[in-house]
Design a protein. Sequence first.
Lengths: 407, 407
Amino acid sequence: MDFSAKLDEALNRLHEEGRYRTFIDIEREKGNFPHAVWNRPDGTQQPVTVWCGNDYLGMGQHPAVLEAMHEALDATGAGSGGTRNISGTTVYHKRLEAELADLHGKEAALLFTSAYIANDATLSTLPKLFPGLIIYSDALNHASMIEGVRRNGGDKRIFRHNDVDHLRELLAADDPAAPKVIAFESIYSMDGDFGPIKAICDLADEFGALTYIDEVHAVGMYGPRGAGVCERDGLMHRLDIINGTLAKAYGVMGGYIAASAKMCDAIRSYAPGFIFTTSLPPAIAAGAAASVRHLKTDQERRDLHQQQAKILKLRLKGLGLPIIDHGSHIVPVIVGDPVHTKALSDMMLDEFGIYVQPINFPTVPRGTERLRFTPSPVHGPREMDTLVNAMDQLWSHCALNRAELAG
Amino acid sequence: MDFSAKLDEALNRLHEEGRYRTFIDIEREKGNFPHAVWNRPDGTQQPVTVWCGNDYLGMGQHPAVLEAMHEALDATGAGSGGTRNISGTTVYHKRLEAELADLHGKEAALLFTSAYIANDATLSTLPKLFPGLIIYSDALNHASMIEGVRRNGGDKRIFRHNDVDHLRELLAADDPAAPKVIAFESIYSMDGDFGPIKAICDLADEFGALTYIDEVHAVGMYGPRGAGVCERDGLMHRLDIINGTLAKAYGVMGGYIAASAKMCDAIRSYAPGFIFTTSLPPAIAAGAAASVRHLKTDQERRDLHQQQAKILKLRLKGLGLPIIDHGSHIVPVIVGDPVHTKALSDMMLDEFGIYVQPINFPTVPRGTERLRFTPSPVHGPREMDTLVNAMDQLWSHCALNRAELAG
């Protein structure tokens, strides 16, 4: 068995399809977001503006967050020293879980090392708690939900993206007595479109199903206290399990679920991905708690975020670029070819100091390869001008079509 | 469907078996490890000594580690702002990966948010790279390896713990042309026994199999530069993939694999658990790198660690307590009943301020429930006296047998 040749084959497949990924090595500068330094492969450096980060609100450089982290480091040291069950539960973890339970109006919350593992661990554990569980999963759910659904060993049904009629058909076709859960997202990050939350909750009520929502691209940014789209729409109480991240709008790291006390107790007791892993460092938990607390009242930052997204979409539309606009903060510009997308991204970086990563298959369907911009409150008018001008020039240079896609 | 009743059932099963886990909320004090404060459920506080942490060498309070973390926070902010592919690769991640590749004498290393996800993601991705792969997995492998093996979709064979003859039988029974990988650990954390590394590498050579080793409970602590048991035994070059953690002896957080450049490149390109998750915060990567770097030369700390473990085992043996001793740093005392184990642990905490978690099924087999002590260089003679005296008193109080188990 020639293992090396097999690795070559696997890597060559990616090269041939133009979707081999190269890490761009950057260093953000605290207090100066979205500016950063790009360390080129040849060892030289170039200043860049980051336009594809997920620190959507710039909280990763907020003084309240950094102060909390410094303080926890000084008080209690670096790591937690254990799993949650074996010496790794601290007052920092408890405080953060209380902050999150309060945020979502739930009895409890449960921290994980990432929202990826929160999705994967929770969804794969539910069938242990509810034997015979059938899981109904949106076709465009995030990879972490797919992994959790795949290996939960239970029955699964995939409904067409946001297609409530299809979901109803599937629910109606199954045994009414079987336990059911519907898993979906509030904002799908690649197109920036919203899930039909109310309609899905209505169906869940009708068929007696649990509801599981991923609010990873919404927490911190939507709702009067930043609890997400469910809060904005007055639907939070209708969701049984809410999944969120502390690594995007909250600017730190980690993921969680918020749910009933009993549900959290059962998940923490049965999920290997929770039980057998070292808990988050106290400084991380402290920083995340400070960020969640701060964003409960900083509506101004949320408004500015939405305004920046609106302005960028308006200006790119003005140039006739094919952007997708579902009214969220995510700004995808469709290029439609992996090689062109990569070339555009390279030129943006090299010639304009604009860092935006190409998004290719399998993250998005083939033929919809794109650049995805993430404007934030820390992107000023000067940064936006540079971006819009660069896109205008390169679009012409590459002779790409200027045609509005459906919004 | 009464979901709430089902949750009660699941939780009651744990209560009935005496293995419902309660979080002990502690706060370690930097500079004063292993001392900590226990926040009792009633809101009062009690000083305790932590005897079950995995910060084996006390690196979580080392000035070099904390200084690196403070510096990175000040320079670059809190979170990384993205996945490794989308704006989340920084010079801190690259430096840490270089430090780890150097540590293990491999071409490359790949960071994950935990060693749990490093095991799970890598083992579940290997069959994508080597179609038809058969995985041979030690029966006592860690939960994270079991999860990875289970969902990789490939064939699997479980060999009896450390039983090289059984492994040979299984290897010999399969198609010689099938790609194979043997997955095992260098130190099994519940008994503290060592895997037969050389014998397994010999078998791998004979049958043309890849070797995958988990050195989570060894890195930092064994080998002249802290690379683990494989380094100590001069076998590091014979392992294809080495898995390690930054959360135990290195005192911070995160996990990794070290392997050939091609192997790391393929895993990072194909593993959803790597691709679709926010990278470690730069400050975490900086702290971990400082810790790895420091322990490459701090042999004194490793010697002291081993000495402390030897002394504790000697003293507990002197009392006739049934400890397991395989010559590693882990000190399990077998109680053999979940309710007794929990009661002992509670009395240690309440009456003596000694925090040691009960270890129950499914973490260990039923009938071998235990207390597991983790002595470290920061546990002084006074702490050890208190522990030994407490164990002596409680063992008599509970009328438990004093009989030496096999070492």
